[in-house]
Design a protein around this ligand. Structure first.
Ligand code: S3P
Length: 191
């Protein structure tokens, strides 16, 4: 049985919508990690940030990731953009049984796509979204690169494709299948 597939990338890269489509194409269950976290906590991400701070949110995020990756029926998981900040999460994502797909995009593109809504606490302050995303991009690119098995630049899809999310999901499904097939071949060879 193939292991879990986890989508990583900055806010606005399309993890949730593409992840849901990808799960459909691969015929696997889908989970949005932030949504699971909110259901378990009984509070929104914004409420948790406001009441308990970012570190408390990151603790919950790590618990949810570990729980989703241990699920009996592995599926496709859309993670929150900051999941790579914790080393323990990166170690879990880097494990052989997990296929990590990084939806890569530049900060200007992402800024044009995120709405400045209160549900994204890191974008809710006075600093312009473009500047926040610039900073997060610089900080996190090495961390996404550390865990990624598959990297997809999403911008050309949005520029060139009539139905970018569908095209992206189809491309990612092919790359995930190839990665899983190669992993199986390598494991068989090592036997
Ligand atoms: C965050 C991204 C958000 C959410 C939280 C923090 C981040 O998820 O987990 O607001 O640190 O980048 P999305 O990437 O799904 O917006």
């Amino acid at each position: 049985m193939p292991g879990p597939v986890v989508l990583v990338g900055l806010m606005g890269s399309g993890k949730t919508t593409v992840g849901r489509r990808l799960a459909g194409l691969l015929d696997r269950p889908f989970a949005d990690a932030d949504q699971v976290l909110e259901e378990r906590a009984g509070r929104s991400v914004a409420e948790i940030f406001a009441a308990d701070g970012e570190a408390a949110f990151r603790d919950l995020e790590a618990d949810v990731l570990a729980w989703l990756l241990a699920a009996p029926a592995p599926g496709v998981v859309a993670s929150g953009g900051g999941v790579v900040l914790r080393q323990a999460n990166r170690e879990r994502l880097a494990a052989d049984d997990v296929t990590v797909v990084w939806l890569d995009a530049g900060p200007a593109f992402l800024a044009s796509r995120v709405e400045r809504k209160a549900h994204r606490p890191l974008l809710a302050g006075d600093e312009p979204a473009a500047e926040v995303l610039d900073r997060l991009h610089a900080e996190r690119v090495p961390l996404y690169a550390e865990v990624a098995d598959v990297v997809v630049d999403v911008e050309p899809f949005h520029r060139d494709e009539e139905r970018p999310k569908r095209a992206l999901a189809e491309r990612i499904a092919a790359l995930v299948r190839a990665h899983e097939g190669a992993a199986v071949a390598a494991a068989t060879e090592g036997r």
